[in-house]
Design a protein around this ligand. Sequence first.
Ligand SMILES: NC(=O)c1ccc[n+]([C@@H]2O[C@H](COP(=O)([O-])OP(=O)(O)OC[C@H]3O[C@@H](n4cnc5c(N)ncnc54)[C@H](OP(=O)(O)O)[C@@H]3O)[C@@H](O)[C@H]2O)c1
Length: 329
Amino acid sequence: MYSPDVKRYESMTYNRCGKSGLLLPAISLGLWHNFGSVDMFDNGRAIVRRAFDRGITHFDLANNYGPEPGSAEENFGAILKKDFTGYLRDELIISSKAGYRMWPGPYGEWGSRKYLLSSLDQSLKRMNIDYVDIFYSHRPDPDTPLEETMAALDQAVRNGKAIYAGISNYPADLAQKAIDILKDLGTPCLIHQPKYSMFERWVEDGLLDVLERNGVGCIPFSPLAQGLLTNKYLGGIPKDSRAAKSTGHLQTSEVTGERIEKARKLNELAQKRGQSLAQMAIAWLLKDRRITTVLIGASSVRQLDDNIDAIKTLAFDDAELKEIESILR
Ligand SMILES: NC(=O)c1ccc[n+]([C@@H]2O[C@H](COP(=O)([O-])OP(=O)(O)OC[C@H]3O[C@@H](n4cnc5c(N)ncnc54)[C@H](OP(=O)(O)O)[C@@H]3O)[C@@H](O)[C@H]2O)c1
């Protein structure tokens, strides 16, 4: 029997999500990798339990997480059933998304009302829950009117199948339009989920300003660049790493000499600060008050613990920030 740590809310920081009523933990856990049918269920279960014990209340999923697509939601549903029964559901913020290919044919991806609402029903069934807390449009659809995609999110909220609506991977101009449409519909956009790390900084070019102006939260994904911003690849590509696994989304071609050299220099700076590179990469994102929570992945409890400890050293001085910029240049 799992009984959560009674002190779980004492050491985590909770940040307000934009101008909403919702507080999210400074660090959230994503189940994109390590929770599929190809992975070890007990390892995933241990990671989720440890995360909750350390104050992580937010777990991020999507219809297609696995592999097999859908299996991360099934496994998370099984963890919920085994460990998070009864009122514990009310202590969790569970998100899911639809946008990428999930089933064959013309209704199995993108942004139609047909796809989004059918997909949400499927996600709820797989996780065996009545509602998700946040339902996202996973990516903008160039061919479906944005009004239709946003109306589907609004309908999900009105039907009680989602509590909040979010968008992911929307560039600044489309994000503004989506935010405006949702506002008119009466379901404000809660949050945007973009890719953002020291190695991937497109959001600084307009998107973060849009989110701040509109009171929308921000949850950066792949903050560790899938592991490149840790000490993991400094000595080559380990066999058990995401880059080495056939089911991992990090290509070996992305583990370039240039990135490793930067990671090595960043690692030296992190050590001077008394933290790991992973911790520094997370802290670097959280220094911006427009960032609500950082959405990490972890393949072990040890990695999860390392990452959560980032919140112990969040502040940077000007010299450190300058040094980071000069390394990244
Ligand atoms: N909205 C979207 O389009 C989108 C896209 C991608 C992801 N996401 C979300 O973002 C979440 C996080 O993405 P991500 O998994 O790419 O995040 P990440 O935090 O950048 O990478 C996580 C991976 O880095 C390695 N790692 C983590 N902590 C480590 C540590 N302390 N030391 C050494 N290695 C460490 C592990 O890989 P190893 O397996 O090599 O150990 C781990 O699986 C996903 O689960 C998902 O919820 C959303």
